[in-house]
Structures are given as structure tokens and as C-alpha cells.
Design a protein around this ligand. Structure first.
Ligand SMILES: [Fe+2]
Length: 323
């Protein structure tokens, strides 16, 4: 992302069935340093979006066959293209058409004949948002790949993450957690151990007991993961899961020694699911236990005060055959 508006640039798709209109917009945009693609009907506009991935679309409404509203609706309902901003360029100033445009997902309007300064201002501000969203998406992707490479390093399989996400979200639903907390649980299944990227393989995959020094190193992974993900605002609800999934309900866990409800509910949930899945899986230092034995061990540890009894209760009520 460029810091300076004048250096932003970007690829803009201009869609209009009147070649003269396209030429005018094109000339204005090129003059301001943008790259421009053009399409003269709805169908080829959709094809250009798929093949060239423009950063912004200037879209005419009145076109034969597929009109601008329909093009917009299709792009906004496809997860691949829904974040590409669309400016509807229209001669229509009718309120009903504006509402139709808003309902189709249009991000902004420009009325024909358009004002050149207004065009530049709208394009600039929408591109700024687009580049910011791209940046965030890239950062999240990098962190997720990191987490997946940790999984490989840790000799766990990808299915461990999937199971963790799936069961944590199910328990979260039983607590009627709001949408952003359920999303955090889903992401937490993949990201909670991302800090293991900073732990040597020799310790991660050691067969047999860790020495006290090795265990001290291992115990740093929640804080390392927390520090990796902290700069990303979109991951703010996942941070407590990453940092506190090794806390215990009685305060005897790490890294902060939090107890009871001072540990976020999402973290208390992931802890139980994570331990259960570890018990059910073969690890370098232990065989895979069956469902009954795993639940019995969890019960014993709950009696020692390690887990939230209500969370364990809800977890036990799930259909656990596939985990
Ligand atoms: Fe962990």
C-alpha cells in the first residue's frame, strides 16, 4: 500500500456500452496514473473481472442484455470478487434507482455528466480502502500459512486444526456466543499454536519427557503466537485464545496464571477441545487413547481444577464419534 495518495495507482475497469463514454473516463484515469481496462457489456465485464482482477470498477447502469445492477449483484455475491469496489456511473438521479443500486451492493455513485474532480476523489478514496483490505487479507494469509507449517513441524495433521475449529465452534454455539467469538474459535483452531514456529524441532518432537529447561522453552509458545498476531486488528478476538489456551481454571496454568472467568470463555473452550484431541491422537511421547479413556482423563484433570466444568459438560454432550 502506498503512503501517498498520488502514488497509489491501481487497475480500473470501465464498463459502458457507449465507446465514447469509455474513452472519456479512460483518458481522465490514465492522466492520473491509473491503468485502465474496458468492457462494453455486462458479460464481458464479468469475464474481465475474473481474468484481470481490477482494483475498482466504474460501471454504467443502462446496458443491453445484462444491466449494471445485475453485473453488480453477481460480483457482490461471489466471495472472490465481493471486495472489489464498484462505482455506478449513471445519468439516473432517481431515488428509486439509487436504492436499487445500493441493494445490488454498489459502493458509490457518480452522476453523468460527471465532475472530473469528483471522479478522482471517489476513485482515490475507494482504492485506499481496497488496498487496505488487500493488505489485511495478505497478512492473515501469511499467518495462516505459518500456522499450517507449524502443524507440519509438530507432526500433527491438518485434520487436527479442522477438528479443533469444528468442535470449539459447536461448544461456543451452546453458550450462545456472538458471531465474532464463534469466528475467533474457528480461527483459533488453526492459529492457537502458531507460536510453536519459535520452538526448536528437537523440543517439539522429542520422544519422552522434556527437561525442565526444555519445558520452559515450550511454555513460551502462547506468548510468541500472541506477539505474532497482535498487530492484526482483524485477529483481536483470537488473541485471548492464542495467549490463554494453556491457562488452567484453578490458576495453575501459563503464561499468565489466570483463573476462572478471568480466562476468556473462548480460551477455556479451546483448551478442553485441544487436550481431548491430543489425547485421542498418537504423539511422539504417547499412543492414541480411545474416546472413553480420553474423557476419563479429562474428568480426572477437571476434578484437579484444570478445566471449566461447564465447558467440559457441554463438550461431553457433543457427538464425539468422529473426533
Ligand atoms: Fe498450545
Amino acid at each position: 500500500m502506498a503512503d501517498n495518495d498520488e502514488q497509489t495507482g491501481g487497475l480500473i475497469l470501465v464498463v459502458d456500452d457507449q465507446p465514447l463514454n469509455v474513452e472519456l473516463l479512460e483518458a481522465d484515469l490514465i492522466e492520473h496514473g491509473y491503468d485502465v481496462l474496458s468492457a462494453y457489456d455486462g458479460k464481458s465485464a464479468l469475464e474481465k473481472v475474473a481474468s484481470d482482477r481490477p482494483d475498482l470498477i466504474l460501471l454504467d447502469v443502462m446496458m443491453p442484455e445484462m444491466d449494471g445492477f445485475e453485473v453488480c449483484r453477481r460480483l457482490k455475491s461471489d466471495p472472490e470478487t465481493m471486495l472489489v469496489p464498484i462505482v455506478m456511473v449513471t445519468a439516473l438521479s432517481e431515488k428509486a434507482d439509487r436504492i436499487k443500486g445500493i441493494e445490488a451492493g454498489v459502493d458509490d455513485f457518480l452522476t453523468k455528466p460527471y465532475d472530473r474532480q469528483e471522479l478522482q476523489a471517489r476513485v482515490r478514496s475507494l482504492l485506499r480502502v481496497k488496498f487496505y483490505t488487500d493488505e489485511l487479507e495478505r497478512a492473515e494469509t501469511v499467518i495462516s500459512s505459518l500456522a499450517i507449517s507449524v502443524e507440519a513441524k509438530d507432526s500433527y495433521t491438518e485434520s487436527h486444526c479442522r477438528r479443533l475449529s469444528y468442535y470449539s465452534v459447536q461448544v461456543g454455539r451452546m453458550f450462545n456466543l456472538p458471531h465474532e467469538q464463534l469466528r475467533a474459535l474457528r480461527l483459533g483452531g488453526t492459529l492457537h499454536d502458531v507460536g510453536k514456529i519459535g520452538i526448536p524441532d528437537a523440543i517439539l518432537n522429542k520422544k519422552g519427557k522434556l527437561t525442565p529447561e526444555e519445558f520452559d522453552t515450550m511454555r513460551q509458545h502462547p506468548m510468541i503466537g500472541y506477539n505474532i498476531c497482535k498487530p492484526l486488528r482483524s485477529l483481536r478476538y483470537v488473541l485471548p485464545i492464542i495467549r490463554h489456551h494453556h491457562e488452567r481454571f484453578d490458576g495453575s496454568g501459563y503464561p499468565d496464571g489466570l483463573a476462572g472467568e478471568d480466562i476468556e470463555l473462548t480460551a477455556r473452550i479451546l483448551t478442553v477441545v485441544d487436550v481431548y484431541d491430543a489425547l485421542r491422537t498418537e504423539r511422539p511421547y504417547k499412543p492414541a487413547f480411545d474416546k472413553e479413556k480420553s474423557l476419563a482423563i479429562l474428568d480426572e484433570e477437571m476434578k484437579k481444577g484444570w478445566y471449566d466444568p461447564e465447558v467440559l459438560d457441554k463438550f461431553r454432550s457433543l457427538e464425539l464419534e468422529n473426533i
